[in-house]
Write a protein that binds this ligand. Structure first.
Ligand code: GRF
Length: 224
């Protein structure tokens, strides 16, 4: 059975685009709905060009979220550059079935206010030698849920936030689809590496990925 996916975005939508590319007809999962908190989000164009319904939702209106996800029979909600908290009743109703991509090695450089260029600027200012990408389950707190997959990205001499962001984003564009395909194969989000579809990951993804938490429902503490 095809896993029915909703993707939430707030901006450019390049991760949405990478998912749409990975989920061609015949894939075990399909994006059937795109939601946003910002009507002007550029990434909505990716949905419209493929005739995927794109809806603006009030980030605080849990009832509207639940109704929309319910009537579209959504199995998995993917936050792909969605910058707001998912309403707590939605997290409760879809616990273990909401995932997020974050452009650092959580719990480092995560939490409220840590998004976009701020993350990479903070990495550079800290003097860290590496950063990366984390795919994790979503709970009621920003960037706190259990880790499903992480991949490291080295910080290079002379990096700017912009250059680092571009290299991290390339990795996100492989790791998020790999996590979604693994979820589709297993019927729910799984720790990458335990899934039967790891061999479908892009070259360079599987051997560099590392997993941290073998119990995806346990949650892990993050920054306030
Ligand atoms: C990604 O790096 C995502 O992890 C972060 O914001 C960026 C969104 O990029 N939260 P896009 O909108 O998918 O192009």
């Amino acid at each position: 059975m095809t896993m029915r996916i909703a993707v939430a975005i707030s901006g450019r939508g390049s991760n949405l685009e990478s998912l749409l590319r990975a989920l061609q007809p015949g894939a075990p999962a399909a994006i059937v709905l795109v939601v946003t908190d910002r009507a002007e989000a550029a990434g909505l164009a990716h949905a419209r060009s493929r005739n995927i319904p794109a809806m603006v939702l009030d980030p605080a209106d849990a009832a509207a979220w639940l109704e929309l996800l319910g009537e579209n029979q959504i199995d998995l909600l993917v936050l792909a550059g969605y910058l707001r908290l998912v309403p707590a009743p939605v997290v409760a109703a879809y616990r273990g079935r909401i995932i997020n991509t974050h452009p650092s090695l959580l719990p480092a450089f995560g939490g409220r206010g840590m998004y976009g260029e701020r993350v990479h600027q903070a990495v550079l200012e800290s003097g860290a030698r590496e950063t990366g990408v984390t795919i994790h389950l979503v709970d009621e707190v920003y960037d706190r849920g259990a880790v499903l997959a992480q991949q490291r990205v080295p910080v290079l001499r002379g990096d700017t936030a912009e250059r680092l962001a571009a290299r991290v984003l390339e990795v996100e564009h492989r790791l998020l689809p790999a996590a979604v395909l693994a979820a589709a194969a297993a019927g729910r989000p799984v720790v990458l590496g335990e899934s039967p579809v790891t061999s479908h990951q892009s070259p360079g993804t599987s051997h560099q990925s590392r997993t941290r938490d073998k119990t995806p429902n346990s949650g892990s503490p993050g920054k306030p």
